[in-house]
Design a protein. Structure first.
Length: 217
């Protein structure tokens, strides 16, 4: 079984990917991690993507797809993959579909974790990190006992420049104008389920597994 999770930053996608990986024995393939691993392991494709990553350039779609296929060929007992972070555009999705179909390993289910933009902005803009160890706090969802101070080590909390509201708003704009078009693409294939991502982790997980079982049946 091969699954794609689509969700904006702050939608809880990473947590849900871990839970699904465990439940269905799937290999999670988040795009950033996929790049880092291939480079660290020095695979042939890893060597090809290295210069792009080192320059901070976008990795060409064909190479991203090659990394995914490499990982699929090297599954060790897992029953499939969970993609997260790629594809983001329709051309990427089409190219990936073509290669997966050649392998006879198409995507079975595409899950959109639906969280309204305002709520995402709220969640993300509340993130603060401690200077000593990088512990993550959130003034909205997980506040420290004393404002501005880490509960664990008493060090000062600060906001990463990436987590400042204007930068978050920009990233969300890109998601809601571009990535969201994938939903129509996969809906036409009858593979899409939209899951409300606002409730608690357990409830969201239950809704996702129900959707997957319906789509994969
Ligand atoms: Zn800390």
């Amino acid at each position: 079984m091969n699954i794609l999770l689509i969700g904006a930053q702050g939608s809880g996608k990473g947590t849900q990917a871990e839970l699904l990986a465990e439940r269905y024995k799937l290999k999670p393939l988040a795009s950033g991690e996929l790049l880092r691993t291939a480079i660290a392991e020095g695979t042939a494709t890893g060597e090809q993507v290295r210069p792009y990553v080192e320059r901070g350039d976008l990795v060409p779609d064909a190479l991203m797809i090659e990394l995914i296929l490499d990982a699929m060929r090297r599954l060790q007992g897992e029953q499939g993959i969970i993609l997260d972070g790629f594809p983001r555009t329709i051309p990427q999705a089409q190219a990936l579909d073509a290669r997966l179909n050649e392998l006879g390993q198409p995507l079975n289910a595409v899950i959109y974790l639906d969280v309204p933009r305002d709520l995402l902005l709220d969640r993300l803009a509340g993130r603060y990190i401690c200077r000593a160890h990088g512990h993550v706090w959130n003034i909205k969802t997980r506040p420290p006992k004393t404002q501005g101070v880490c509960d664990y080590d008493g060090s000062e909390l600060y906001q990463r420049s990436d987590d400042q509201p204007e930068k978050i708003a920009h990233r969300l704009d890109i998601f809601f104008s571009e990535t969201i078009r994938l939903l129509d693409y996969y809906e036409r294939q009858g593979k899409l389920a939209r899951v409300n991502g606002v409730s608690g982790i357990e409830q969201v997980n239950q809704a996702i597994t129900q959707a997957i079982e319906k789509l994969a049946a």
